[in-house]
Design a protein around this ligand. Sequence first.
Ligand SMILES: [Zn+2]
Length: 325
Amino acid sequence: MSSRAVEDVHDPVVAGVDLGGTKIQTIVARGDEILGQARLPTPEESPGAVASAIAQTVHSALEAADAQASWLRSVGVGSPGRAQDGVVSHSPNVVGMQDPFPLGATVSRELDDVPVRVDNDVTVATLGELKRGAGRPFGSMLGVFVGTGVGGGLVFDRQIWHGRGGAGEIGHMVVKPEGRRCGCGGHGHLESYAGRASMQAKAERLVASGEHTVLFHLMAKHGRDRMTSGIIERALDHGDAMTERLIDRAIWALGIALASTQNLLDVEAVIVGGGLAERFGRPFVDRIAAQMQPLLFVPDRAPQVLPAELGDLSGAMGAVVLAGG
Ligand SMILES: [Zn+2]
């Protein structure tokens, strides 16, 4: 009998991995109990290095959980881009994954052939909120995650709707024809107004045209090269008019996109996650709901609009669920 079989008297654990453009966040869980966590910066040299770093975070999280590697039953990974049968593609923010890369098989090989399931990061975060977060009471919901970009996940009858693999791309819904340029190359998309990367680019253009803001001063002071939600909060605390305008515009765009989506789908709830929702919580989400209200076709049956409950663990917890944990 192998030592593995002897150790299997322990209840198995699963690992959930949230692969982001800048960091890898991994948890080890048994059911909805988080036993250990680990994080690493996302390597920038090769997709193989990314897979190795993922395996490393799994080992570190197992260690933090006081769990043996042999207790690991499966691993779930939420990755930017498209994911089909463990192969990731169309992921420009992770090195080497714009072209198809067999992330699932590569991570599995690094972890003694433990099964690895991979899905899109926003789909996985929506799954986390559905099963373990704010989405628990609802049969149908839309998850929208407002971060560097804007992504969405759709749930009908408590199942994720994948479409043909590309459903949920609410960030690239047109809210203003011929409007601001989007990171995808299109114009006037929700993400062009509500994604932090686009908000930062807009602020840079406004400064170049002579307008004033404390945003870039705050970024320099706090050693940030990106306009994080923390920087945005500080700027608002300073009463920075440009930041207020950027946030107003983001909420305007979210209101249009979410009300239009609601008119089409009639879901029970809209769950809003991502950096801004985590930082500003209810007040931010209530402003979005107010912006949606006059645009709803059936205004007296508005969906519940709620902040995500799992915070920045939506992705990792969703990956645990994806792994069968
Ligand atoms: Zn776009």
